[in-house]
Design a protein around this ligand. Structure first.
Ligand code: SF4
Ligand code: SF4
Length: 454
């Protein structure tokens, strides 16, 4: 499938080394999380579930409601700073080792190798005219890809619909139209992006590849070829005195090109197509070992180190991003761990500052917004304090708020004018669940009176 230029299919050669093992470990871990999390339970609920119809988000035993949007915002800010921090520190670490496009493409490449064989067999097969044998191999591969894609789509929907219910509905051929649509849609996206388009998504579609260079400096880790050491390149016998012939350490074996998932030649310099997967580092180190040359002709290094200058990994930017990242992380942890399962907003009536009742009391009107973010309904008691003789009058006696619901309760506070020491006093509303006194929250408000105190 070509997008903007004629596309030549890339058949990356498989290579084993430190970075490719690291990438495989990262892939296994992330795919493991994706495919297993919806099946795990915590306190009788699915471990991770965005229950949109019920407007709840289950996450490791915690329940978040739309009112908890602030936590999502904090998490997004945290993710953005994590990206800045790790990109400044280690370049395109995300692209090479954690991006879903990279991870799923690797899974599809693995299936392709399983069915079609290694790189040379794949090239031979693609060049061969269509035959029954070729047709059978291609159909097998695409069947495997389609099953995997549909399972991926099914798992994706399982993050939004309880996966056990979804499985029962699937077995009984009773999936809803929307569930069917999203399974097919997500499955199709994975099949298209990771099976067909692969590196073209990174090169032509991903905006991150374009703006990340703004975060790079000469001390950012990059995958680079040492031109000074490698040039001039050329083939030679293993123990030949190649330096006498004016050759550098690059034997021009092109192994670094063959393993590259985006099909570039890192010896041409830094390119935005490079996703820093470091496969070429492993490939070249293997060649250097065979030739008895020192490793590191292609290395994961910095521009400064490449030019023989000292590298400063820990520089002011890293500390600034790191400090902000740590501060946001601590804030998120503290905010979530101290989150109250009941929330209270006190809104003063804006229509009148205060009112004098027929029996001479000063009255202020408020609206209490009570949010129950617990999984159970609760009956609450409201009290008010802060001024001697303060009376609380509410429209209803029993305050029951359902799980995940918000109740607005109009209340009036009355007090003898003689008890007011100043024009504006602080009053405190306290809300307590009758069945669980630990569920209590207080909120301050202003109580206004007349200018002239008696
Ligand atoms: S793998 Fe190393 S030696 Fe071979 S072409 Fe690439 S840079 Fe040169
Ligand atoms: S040039 Fe090297 S690091 Fe960059 S994408 Fe290709 S193999 Fe990966």
């Amino acid at each position: 499938m070509s997008l903007y230029t004629k596309h030549e299919k890339i058949h990356p050669r498989i290579i084993l080394g430190f970075f490719t093992r690291l990438k495989a470990l990262s892939g296994f871990t992330l795919l493991g999380i994706y495919y297993t999390f919806p099946w795990l339970q915590w306190n009788g609920n699915q471990l991770v579930l965005f229950d949109l119809p019920a407007r709840k988000f289950h996450f490791f035993g915690l329940i978040f409601w739309p009112q908890d949007f602030i936590y999502l915002a904090l998490l997004l800010v945290l993710a953005a700073f994590a990206l800045f921090f790790f990109t400044t520190l280690a370049g395109r670490l995300w692209c090479g080792f954690a991006c879903p496009q990279t991870i799923w493409t690797d899974a599809f490449l693995w299936m392709e190798r399983l069915v079609e064989g290694d790189r040379l067999k794949q090239i031979k097969l693609d060049k061969a005219p269509m035959s029954l044998g070729k047709f059978r191999i291609k159909v097998t591969k695409h069947t495997l890809w389609v099953i995997f894609s549909l399972f991926t789509g099914f798992t994706f929907v399982g993050f939004f619909v309880p996966i056990h219910e979804l499985t029962s509905a699937f077995i009984e051929f009773n999936l809803t139209d929307w569930n069917t649509f999203w399974i097919l849609f997500y499955g199709f996206m994975i099949y298209g992006n990771a099976g067909w388009m692969r590196e073209q998504v990174c090169i032509y579609m991903c905006p991150y590849a374009r703006f990340q260079s703004a975060m790079f400096d000469k001390n950012t880790m990059i995958v680079a070829y040492s031109e000074k050491r490698g040039e001039s390149r050329g083939s030679r016998k293993r123990n030949s005195n190649y330096k006498e012939k004016g050759l550098g350490d690059c034997i021009d074996c092109k192994m670094c090109v063959q393993v590259c998932p985006t099909g570039i030649d890192i010896r041409d310099g830094m390119q935005y197509q490079c996703i820093s997967c470091s496969a070429c580092v492993d490939a070249c180190n293997g060649i250097m070992d065979k030739m008895d040359y020192p490793r590191g002709l292609i290395s994961y290094t910095t521009e400064n180190a490449l030019n023989g200058k000292p590298s400063r990994i820990f520089r002011p930017r890293i500390f600034v991003y790191g400090t902000i990242l740590l501060a946001i992380f601590i804030s998120v942890v503290v905010a979530i761990s101290t989150r109250s399962l009941v929330q209270l907003d006190v809104i003063r009536d804006r229509n009148s500052l205060f009112r004098e009742t027929p029996n001479g009391l000063i009255e202020n009107i408020y609206r209490l917004r009570i949010m129950n973010i617990d999984e159970q309904p609760h009956t609450y008691t409201v009290t008010a304090s802060g001024i001697d003789g303060l009376q609380l009058v509410k429209d209803r006696e029993v305050i029951i708020v359902a799980s995940g619901s918000v109740m607005t309760l109009p209340v009036r506070l009355k007090v003898e004018a003689t008890n007011l020491k100043k024009r504006s006093s602080t009053v405190v509303f306290q809300l307590t669940a009758q069945d669980d006194p630990k569920l209590t929250i207080s909120e301050e408000a202003r109580f206004l009176g007349p200018f002239n105190f008696r």
